[in-house]
Design a protein. Structure first.
Length: 422
């Protein structure tokens, strides 16, 4: 990237929050909980259930490692917004020439579409499970409801939108933890899954898929914008320091919740689904869980999946609007951005594509797009000309680059091994 990042283009006007006062860190919580929705979306559900059904607790350690990596990545994105008052897409748009910016936007648009395919398809599957609705009709309903969620942000501001999304996150958490409350797992069996190991090439591929479904590019682009929209960013050193302390706590708490949900999915599948045929699809997994633990748990599973699709779809559309605004320097209304990314998802359903297969393919696209978000994030947050004394110190920069290298390598493995097995 060119050194033009030293003087980035002015940010779009945002509603600047009042300066937080010392000791009020808890009031800064919220943005990371919105970004955390990306970590409990239908793609995660498919990957984690598959891992638990096929291999029991074997790959539980992958979720723990992925969650720790995600905490670092999301904190760096939040720090970028808190220190500069600008988003990752805005800074990229200011540092790239016109042609490079358009190419970058093309891959980001593909990422936004793939994200929406996963979210809308997942929500449609949930409505089919709960009410036996046709998938296309379910997709339309998910799209309309997510539009109404975005209307909350457009008309009432950031905090009411955060409250709605956090409420949906609570529903997701209850939906996927209920089965474990009814039938708690053996602690020793869970502990055995924390030992890093594989069992053949298939588990390596599945581990890469789980990681690819966990660290999501749109959450990386979005988090800096969520912080900017809530707090404005920048200001005195004391103000920025308080924002960063709040961001760290926000990220740790929100991703602990998301990590617990992901672990619950895998444990639930390891307990209820091993050796049962047909659990390689979400519908099959739901049927097996309902048969093993009762219809109430089956309904709660479906409700959790529906909340996941609705929340992640609206958050994904929010990310798409931020990307367009930053890379094309055009302020796109959230509702219009939602409509643009919804249409391809509905076309996938209308074409009769196998829904779980569509989810898997969307994860492959997201895997290919992930380095385009990760690498600039680490470059920009390590640049003293941009962040000054808040730039990544050398030890943190080294850890960040190791994490980036590992994530990119595993996502490449996912694509290459997946193509080889096709």
């Amino acid at each position: 990237m060119a050194d033009e990042t030293r003087t980035p283009a002015p940010a779009a006007p945002v509603e600047r929050a009042a300066a937080p006062r010392r000791g009020h860190v808890l009031r800064l919580l919220g943005p990371a909980f919105v970004a955390a929705i990306a970590y409990v979306d239908p793609g995660n559900i498919a990957a984690n259930i598959t891992a638990g059904a096929r291999h029991g607790y074997l790959l539980l350690w992958v979720l723990v490692a992925a969650n720790l990596m995600a905490m670092l990545v999301q904190y760096l994105s939040a720090k970028l917004g808190a220190v500069t008052g600008r988003t990752l897409p805005q800074l990229l748009g200011a540092s790239l020439g016109r042609r490079a910016r358009l190419l970058y936007f093309a891959q980001a648009a593909a990422m936004a579409i793939a994200t929406d395919v996963a979210e809308v398809v997942g929500g449609a599957i949930a409505l089919h499970i709960l009410f036996d609705l046709p998938l296309l009709l379910g997709g339309v309903i998910v799209g309309l409801v997510s539009l109404s969620l975005l209307a909350v942000q457009s008309r009432r501001g950031q905090r009411p939108f955060e409250a709605v999304v956090i409420g949906l996150l609570a529903v997701i958490t209850v939906g996927f933890l209920a089965g474990l409350v009814v039938d708690p797992p053996e602690p020793a069996a869970v502990a055995s899954g924390l030992v890093p190991r594989f069992d053949g090439p298939g588990t390596v591929l599945l581990a890469a898929s789980m990681l690819g479904a966990t660290v999501m590019p749109h959450a990386i682009y979005l988090h800096s914008g969520l912080v900017r929209d809530r707090h404005g960013g920048g200001g005195s050193p004391q103000r920025v320091g308080l924002l960063l302390r709040g961001a760290r706590l926000d990220v740790v708490l929100s991703l602990c919740v998301a990590g617990l949900v992901n672990i619950a999915m895998l444990v639930l599948a390891a307990e209820a689904l091993p050796g049962i045929p047909g659990t390689d699809t979400i519908e099959g997994a739901h049927a097996a869980i309902a048969a093993a633990q009762g219809p109430v748990i089956g309904v709660l599973f479906g409700i959790g999946l529906l909340a996941s699709g609705l929340a992640s779809s609206s958050v994904g559309a929010y990310a798409g609007a931020e990307i367009i605004r930053g890379l094309l320097t055009v302020r796109v209304p959230l509702m219009l951005g939602r409509a643009l990314t919804l249409i391809p998802a509905l076309l996938v359903l209308a074409a009769g594509a196998e829904p779980t297969g569509a989810l898997v393919m969307s994860q492959v696209v997201l895997s290919l797009c992930l380095p385009f978000a990760l690498i600039p994030l680490v470059v920009l947050t390590s640049r003293r000309s941009l962040l000054g004394e808040r730039a990544n110190p050398l030890p943190l920069a080294i850890v960040a680059w190791v994490v980036v290298a590992l994530i990119v390598a595993l996502n490449v493995a996912l694509v290459v091994l997946g193509a080889g097995g096709a």
